[in-house]
Design a protein around this ligand. Structure first.
Ligand code: IPE
Ligand code: IPE
Ligand code: MG
Length: 252
């Protein structure tokens, strides 16, 4: 994602229209537990919330929607739950890809592919290939994603180029590193939403979040809908983004 010294999203006219919204979809397990249901049911209902939010995103003028669907650290969960989550991803792509494509959604995937099952990798690649020319909405799926790991992968590539004599170490700066992140052409998120009341990033987009507005929502992800997205965007619109400069009224 963009790492320019002036964030690409700063170019948008007004703060009330976030071009890039990123969501930490949290609270599926607690949603289920509160209803005496298995955690897997919470995850299944979480996919329904995701469908609603993808539909709502374009209607609300969002160009890029990044969703955190499985973190590098989620491997520490029981194997059965990991199986449930991977099963849901498989089903989501198999069932929803045609609809996403018809609706003009371009699917991108960020995160580590190495070590994933071959069938998952080919589904992810199929989704990216089929939708690559779509322009209505970029849906960026963070799967097997960790921000530290992403930054470390970028640093490793830069170090390799320097070791091979193809790069002067003095050219390694924030711009250069940002170019080697997983989706360097996508502008930084304007707004990051986390559901379930937790107030942390959990290794999500830490580089790209430098000037993102953070909105924490108490509701669990399966309850999230268009109205909740609109209210997070309304909260965002009340914020004043300064990017290290002066407030617009002070500066003019
Ligand atoms: C989010 O819900 C889904 C993933 C992390 C994959 P959780 O499964 O984290 O639900 P809680 O936080 O335990 O309620
Ligand atoms: C973050 O949620 C990961 C995803 C939403 C995919 P977690 O539930 O894994 O985060 P922690 O463990 O509460 O920080
Ligand atoms: Mg959680």
């Amino acid at each position: 994602m963009s790492n320019a010294a002036v964030p690409a999203s700063q170019a948008s006219d007004r703060t009330d229209a976030p071009l890039h919204v990123a969501i930490i979809m949290d609270g599926n397990g607690r949603w289920a537990a509160a209803r005496g249901l298995p955690r897997a049911e919470g995850h299944r209902r979480g996919v329904e919330a995701l469908r609603r939010v993808v539909r709502a995103a374009h209607e609300l003028g969002i160009h890029h929607l990044t969703i955190f669907s499985f973190s590098s650290e989620n491997w520490s969960r029981p194997a059965t739950e990991i199986g449930d989550l991977f099963g849901l991803l498989r089903r989501f792509i198999r069932n929803d890809l045609a609809t996403l494509h018809r609706d003009g959604v371009r699917v991108r995937v960020i995160g580590e592919r190495a070590g994933l099952d071959a069938d998952i990798c080919s589904l992810l690649t199929e989704a990216e290939e089929l939708t690559r020319n779509n322009t209505r909405l970029n849906l960026i799926v963070a799967f097997n994603y960790g921000s530290r790991q992403e930054i470390a992968r970028a640093a490793q590539r830069l170090a390799q180029e320097a070791a091979d004599g193809k790069r002067d170490p003095s050219s390694i700066n924030a711009d250069a590193l940002g170019q080697y992140l997983d989706a360097p052409d996508i502008p930084d998120p304007d707004l990051i939403i986390r559901t379930s009341g937790e107030q942390r990033l959990s290794n999500f987009l830490m580089w790209q979040a430098a000037y993102s507005e953070l909105v924490f929502v108490p509701m669990h992800w399966p309850d999230f809908d268009k109205a909740a997205l609109e209210s997070a965007i309304a909260e965002y619109a009340r914020r004043e983004r300064r990017f290290g400069g002066l407030a617009a009224k002070t500066g003019s």
